[in-house]
Write a new protein. Structure first.
Length: 224
Protein backbone atom coordinates (compact mmCIF):
# COMPACT_ATOMS: atom_id res chain seq x y z
CA UNK A 1 0.00 0.00 0.00
CA UNK A 2 2.95 2.34 0.52
CA UNK A 3 3.43 2.31 -3.27
CA UNK A 4 -0.15 3.42 -3.85
CA UNK A 5 -0.03 7.05 -5.08
CA UNK A 6 -3.31 7.78 -3.29
CA UNK A 7 -1.83 6.59 0.01
CA UNK A 8 1.21 8.80 -0.45
CA UNK A 9 -0.93 11.80 -1.38
CA UNK A 10 -3.03 11.39 1.75
CA UNK A 11 -0.31 10.51 4.23
CA UNK A 12 2.49 12.89 3.20
CA UNK A 13 0.71 16.02 4.55
CA UNK A 14 0.19 14.25 7.89
CA UNK A 15 3.83 13.15 7.90
CA UNK A 16 4.99 16.71 7.28
CA UNK A 17 2.72 17.95 10.07
CA UNK A 18 4.11 15.30 12.44
CA UNK A 19 7.71 16.24 11.66
CA UNK A 20 6.92 19.92 12.14
CA UNK A 21 5.14 19.19 15.43
CA UNK A 22 8.13 17.27 16.79
CA UNK A 23 10.48 20.05 15.74
CA UNK A 24 8.18 22.68 17.25
CA UNK A 25 7.85 21.00 20.64
CA UNK A 26 11.58 20.33 20.97
CA UNK A 27 12.60 23.83 19.90
CA UNK A 28 9.97 25.57 22.04
CA UNK A 29 10.74 23.45 25.08
CA UNK A 30 14.45 23.97 24.54
CA UNK A 31 13.97 27.73 24.32
CA UNK A 32 11.91 28.12 27.49
CA UNK A 33 13.88 25.51 29.43
CA UNK A 34 16.62 28.14 29.50
CA UNK A 35 14.32 30.77 31.02
CA UNK A 36 14.14 30.40 34.82
CA UNK A 37 10.97 31.37 36.64
CA UNK A 38 11.05 34.50 38.77
CA UNK A 39 10.23 32.55 41.93
CA UNK A 40 12.63 29.69 41.14
CA UNK A 41 9.98 27.01 41.67
CA UNK A 42 10.74 23.57 40.22
CA UNK A 43 8.33 21.48 38.20
CA UNK A 44 7.75 19.08 41.09
CA UNK A 45 7.04 21.96 43.47
CA UNK A 46 4.65 23.54 40.97
CA UNK A 47 2.73 20.29 40.52
CA UNK A 48 2.40 19.82 44.30
CA UNK A 49 1.19 23.39 44.77
CA UNK A 50 -1.38 23.15 41.98
CA UNK A 51 -2.75 19.89 43.38
CA UNK A 52 -2.85 21.38 46.88
CA UNK A 53 -4.76 24.47 45.75
CA UNK A 54 -7.17 22.26 43.79
CA UNK A 55 -7.75 20.12 46.87
CA UNK A 56 -6.50 16.95 45.18
CA UNK A 57 -4.95 14.52 47.65
CA UNK A 58 -3.34 11.10 47.41
CA UNK A 59 -1.34 11.78 44.23
CA UNK A 60 2.35 10.88 44.40
CA UNK A 61 4.91 12.76 42.29
CA UNK A 62 7.81 10.65 41.07
CA UNK A 63 10.92 11.10 38.97
CA UNK A 64 11.03 9.12 35.72
CA UNK A 65 13.59 8.63 32.97
CA UNK A 66 13.45 9.98 29.45
CA UNK A 67 13.08 13.29 27.64
CA UNK A 68 9.58 14.73 28.05
CA UNK A 69 8.34 11.34 29.25
CA UNK A 70 6.07 13.11 31.72
CA UNK A 71 2.67 11.54 32.33
CA UNK A 72 -0.05 10.94 34.88
CA UNK A 73 -1.02 7.34 35.66
CA UNK A 74 -4.67 7.29 36.80
CA UNK A 75 -4.47 3.62 37.82
CA UNK A 76 -1.83 4.19 40.50
CA UNK A 77 -2.55 7.92 40.93
CA UNK A 78 1.09 8.77 40.29
CA UNK A 79 2.33 11.86 38.46
CA UNK A 80 5.67 11.02 36.84
CA UNK A 81 7.96 13.84 35.73
CA UNK A 82 11.13 13.56 33.65
CA UNK A 83 14.34 14.72 35.27
CA UNK A 84 14.45 18.04 33.45
CA UNK A 85 10.88 18.84 34.47
CA UNK A 86 11.01 17.43 37.99
CA UNK A 87 14.02 19.40 39.18
CA UNK A 88 14.05 22.17 36.57
CA UNK A 89 12.94 25.65 37.58
CA UNK A 90 12.34 26.96 34.08
CA UNK A 91 9.11 28.18 32.52
CA UNK A 92 9.08 25.07 30.34
CA UNK A 93 9.51 22.71 33.30
CA UNK A 94 6.78 24.37 35.33
CA UNK A 95 4.43 24.46 32.33
CA UNK A 96 4.80 20.74 31.59
CA UNK A 97 4.45 19.81 35.27
CA UNK A 98 1.32 21.94 35.55
CA UNK A 99 -0.14 20.19 32.50
CA UNK A 100 0.34 16.78 34.11
CA UNK A 101 -1.15 18.09 37.34
CA UNK A 102 -4.11 19.10 35.19
CA UNK A 103 -4.61 15.42 34.31
CA UNK A 104 -4.58 14.50 38.00
CA UNK A 105 -7.25 17.15 38.63
CA UNK A 106 -9.29 15.77 35.73
CA UNK A 107 -9.13 12.34 37.32
CA UNK A 108 -10.10 13.63 40.74
CA UNK A 109 -13.09 15.50 39.29
CA UNK A 110 -14.26 12.60 37.14
CA UNK A 111 -13.64 14.38 33.82
CA UNK A 112 -15.66 12.32 31.31
CA UNK A 113 -13.25 12.38 28.32
CA UNK A 114 -10.43 11.13 30.57
CA UNK A 115 -12.65 8.29 31.77
CA UNK A 116 -13.46 7.41 28.16
CA UNK A 117 -9.79 7.50 27.13
CA UNK A 118 -8.81 5.25 30.03
CA UNK A 119 -11.55 2.80 29.04
CA UNK A 120 -10.34 2.83 25.44
CA UNK A 121 -6.71 1.99 26.28
CA UNK A 122 -7.08 -1.84 26.11
CA UNK A 123 -9.33 -1.86 23.02
CA UNK A 124 -7.12 0.70 21.30
CA UNK A 125 -4.06 -1.43 21.96
CA UNK A 126 -5.87 -4.48 20.62
CA UNK A 127 -7.04 -2.55 17.59
CA UNK A 128 -3.52 -1.29 16.81
CA UNK A 129 -2.09 -4.80 17.00
CA UNK A 130 -4.74 -6.50 14.87
CA UNK A 131 -5.65 -3.84 12.33
CA UNK A 132 -2.55 -3.85 10.13
CA UNK A 133 -2.19 -7.65 9.74
CA UNK A 134 -5.88 -7.95 8.88
CA UNK A 135 -5.75 -5.06 6.40
CA UNK A 136 -2.59 -6.23 4.66
CA UNK A 137 -3.79 -9.81 4.33
CA UNK A 138 -7.24 -8.61 3.33
CA UNK A 139 -5.94 -6.36 0.53
CA UNK A 140 -3.47 -9.01 -0.72
CA UNK A 141 -6.14 -11.69 -0.99
CA UNK A 142 -8.97 -9.27 -1.81
CA UNK A 143 -10.92 -10.45 1.22
CA UNK A 144 -13.61 -7.90 1.97
CA UNK A 145 -14.42 -9.48 5.34
CA UNK A 146 -10.79 -9.21 6.53
CA UNK A 147 -10.55 -5.65 5.25
CA UNK A 148 -13.73 -4.67 7.09
CA UNK A 149 -12.48 -6.35 10.28
CA UNK A 150 -9.19 -4.47 9.95
CA UNK A 151 -11.02 -1.17 9.45
CA UNK A 152 -13.14 -1.78 12.57
CA UNK A 153 -10.05 -2.49 14.68
CA UNK A 154 -8.19 0.48 13.21
CA UNK A 155 -11.19 2.69 13.98
CA UNK A 156 -10.75 1.90 17.67
CA UNK A 157 -7.21 3.25 17.56
CA UNK A 158 -8.42 6.34 15.69
CA UNK A 159 -11.16 6.90 18.27
CA UNK A 160 -8.52 6.84 21.02
CA UNK A 161 -6.52 9.51 19.20
CA UNK A 162 -9.59 11.71 18.80
CA UNK A 163 -10.67 11.36 22.44
CA UNK A 164 -7.13 12.25 23.49
CA UNK A 165 -7.46 15.74 22.00
CA UNK A 166 -10.01 17.23 24.44
CA UNK A 167 -8.22 15.51 27.34
CA UNK A 168 -4.91 17.17 26.46
CA UNK A 169 -6.41 20.56 25.59
CA UNK A 170 -8.36 20.63 28.83
CA UNK A 171 -5.30 19.69 30.92
CA UNK A 172 -3.36 22.55 29.34
CA UNK A 173 -6.26 24.95 29.94
CA UNK A 174 -6.37 23.95 33.61
CA UNK A 175 -2.60 24.43 33.87
CA UNK A 176 -2.63 27.88 32.30
CA UNK A 177 -5.38 28.97 34.69
CA UNK A 178 -3.73 27.46 37.77
CA UNK A 179 -0.21 28.82 37.21
CA UNK A 180 -1.04 32.54 37.64
CA UNK A 181 -3.90 31.88 40.06
CA UNK A 182 -1.58 30.07 42.46
CA UNK A 183 1.18 32.64 42.02
CA UNK A 184 3.62 30.16 40.52
CA UNK A 185 4.07 32.23 37.36
CA UNK A 186 3.45 35.88 36.67
CA UNK A 187 1.13 36.96 33.87
CA UNK A 188 4.11 37.64 31.60
CA UNK A 189 5.67 34.23 32.33
CA UNK A 190 2.43 32.40 31.54
CA UNK A 191 2.86 33.40 27.90
CA UNK A 192 5.97 31.22 27.67
CA UNK A 193 4.20 28.27 29.30
CA UNK A 194 1.33 28.70 26.84
CA UNK A 195 3.75 28.42 23.90
CA UNK A 196 5.31 25.25 25.33
CA UNK A 197 1.94 23.59 25.91
CA UNK A 198 0.64 24.76 22.55
CA UNK A 199 3.58 23.13 20.79
CA UNK A 200 3.02 19.92 22.74
CA UNK A 201 -0.67 19.94 21.79
CA UNK A 202 0.29 20.11 18.13
CA UNK A 203 1.87 16.64 18.38
CA UNK A 204 -1.50 15.19 19.41
CA UNK A 205 -3.23 17.00 16.57
CA UNK A 206 -0.69 15.59 14.12
CA UNK A 207 -1.17 12.05 15.44
CA UNK A 208 -4.96 12.30 15.20
CA UNK A 209 -4.75 13.77 11.69
CA UNK A 210 -2.48 10.96 10.48
CA UNK A 211 -4.76 8.31 11.95
CA UNK A 212 -7.88 9.86 10.42
CA UNK A 213 -6.33 10.16 6.97
CA UNK A 214 -5.23 6.53 7.07
CA UNK A 215 -8.73 5.48 8.06
CA UNK A 216 -10.22 7.47 5.17
CA UNK A 217 -7.74 5.83 2.81
CA UNK A 218 -8.73 2.34 3.96
CA UNK A 219 -12.41 3.22 3.56
CA UNK A 220 -11.81 4.51 0.03
CA UNK A 221 -9.80 1.47 -1.02
CA UNK A 222 -12.45 -0.80 0.49
CA UNK A 223 -15.10 0.92 -1.61
CA UNK A 224 -16.84 2.43 1.40
Amino acid sequence: MIFDPLYLIMIVPALILSIYAQFKVKSTYGRFSKVPTYRGITGAQAAREILRVAGVQGVDIELTRGFLSDHYDPRSRVLRLSEGVYSGNSIASVGVAAHEAGHAIQHAHGYAPLKLRSALVPVSSLGSNLAWPLLIIGFIFASQSLILAGIVFFSLAVLFQIVTLPVEFNASSRALQALPASGILSDTEVGGARKVLGAAALTYVAAATAALLQLVYFLLRAGL
